[in-house]
Design a protein around this ligand. Structure first.
Ligand SMILES: [Zn+2]
Length: 142
């Protein structure tokens, strides 16, 4: 009997993270998430969650996109913000063509668990126009 792979020891130490078995559907999860992710409410908006993206350092809001469950799980798996493109009907990892990735630092959900907030380290400008943020058109300044 080979013993080269030794896992699942009852006193295995750091490998045994409480609740980690709940994420077994994610192969090699890049980000360790908390149990609340399993209760995200994808139903309210026909399988989609609005995802607000915020610069981790400056707290500037960079963009808003939508994630379906697959996009959410890919975001967790890769550590790069991935959306569901409603126009192209496909998964879209931000920066896949421009190189301007959004590397996840923290992920939050709100009180209703129907919206997510991604704190990121942006690689380059987020907006396709070259602006740092998509929110550069002011409408009201009271
Ligand atoms: Zn934009």
């Amino acid at each position: 009997m080979k013993e080269e792979v030794r896992q699942q020891g009852p006193r295995g130490g750091e490998a045994a993270v409480p609740g980690s078995q709940a994420h077994q559907e994610l192969e090699q999860p890049h980000l360790r998430s908390k149990p609340s992710e399993l209760q995200l409410d994808f139903e309210k908006l026909d399988g989609l969650l609005p995802a607000v993206v915020q610069d981790h350092h400056t707290k500037e809001v960079l963009m808003v996109g939508f994630m379906n469950r697959e996009a959410w799980e890919k975001t967790l798996r890769t550590g790069l913000v991935t959306f569901w493109s409603r126009t192209r009907q496909t998964l879209w990892t931000k920066g896949e063509t421009s190189g301007n990735h959004l590397r996840v630092v923290r992920l939050w959900t709100d009180c209703d668990r129907d919206t997510v907030l991604a704190e990121v380290e942006p690689k380059g400008p987020t907006c396709h126009t070259g602006a740092r943020s998509c929110f550069y058109e002011e409408i009201v300044d009271a």
